[in-house]
Design a protein around this ligand. Sequence first.
Ligand code: CP
Length: 312
Amino acid sequence: MKHFLSLQDIDSLPDWVNEAITLKKDPYQYKKMGQGKTICLLFFNNSLRTRLSTQKAAMHLGMEVMVMNFGNEGWALEYEDGTIMDQGTSEHIREAAQVVSQYADIVAIRAFAGLKDKAKDEAEEVLNGFAKFASIPIVNMESSTAHPLQALADAITLAENKTKDKPKVVLSWAPHPKALPHAVANSFVTLMKGQEVEFIIAHPEGYELNPQITEGCQIETDQEKALEDADFVYVKNWSSYSEYGQVLSKDSGWMMTKEKLGNAKFMHCLPVRRNVVVEDAVLNGNQSLVIQQANNRTYSAQIILKKLLEKL
Ligand code: CP
């Protein structure tokens, strides 16, 4: 693995999940592996879990960590080649990526979709710009279209909690006042397509995800029907993909409730808006796995950093 940009960079998901679960029992067992190595975390967007769990994972491996809120504190970057830079951008990705490569051994990047221009978001100009011009490995800490560290943490959580060989997993859309990206849902769908599960995606009309990603998946617009006999319910909001970045519905009828959840385990990547996306009773109850998912972010990051360090 040269970079960790997507789930496709994982060569054997079951092995890596098992290795992460083993790491969790003794997180400092490889504390000498990262000695003398530095990771630079660049945030173009806000974070709680990704920032702290990736930092903790690096510390478990003995690495030095540098964190920069690039979105607020860095120079505005230019990604186009041949541009006359007499407008808002101050530094070209070519120089920025090469400069960071001299200060660190691995660079991890968070850069969300702008949700204004689908083609631009799908080009992943920040992540791919760094991958093109940096000379060190790149880790995706959530890009425009994917959140593979979250999906890997979700795979660990599912492995720890499943009680049958082929559980039923439902990814259900939920309402939200703001337009949110598709990255978490995309990566969860990609993850589920490779798992031994009965998988259903539930959303209102107009909220179809990228059909290239959901190809082959069962899709249901009747949430109640989708939730029947579910073992795991993963709830997430996303904005429309066809009417790109638009909020078409705020239907509170899609909020997850204790009654709708039945006996299923509840999953969400966090942060979550209480009593909009999911009611208090679910988050406060013992069927919620959200805190365990957040804990597993450390071990998903740690297994990825370990694999990259092994190749340095
Ligand atoms: N789930 C997740 O990525 O959380 P943060 O946005 O807080 O990092």
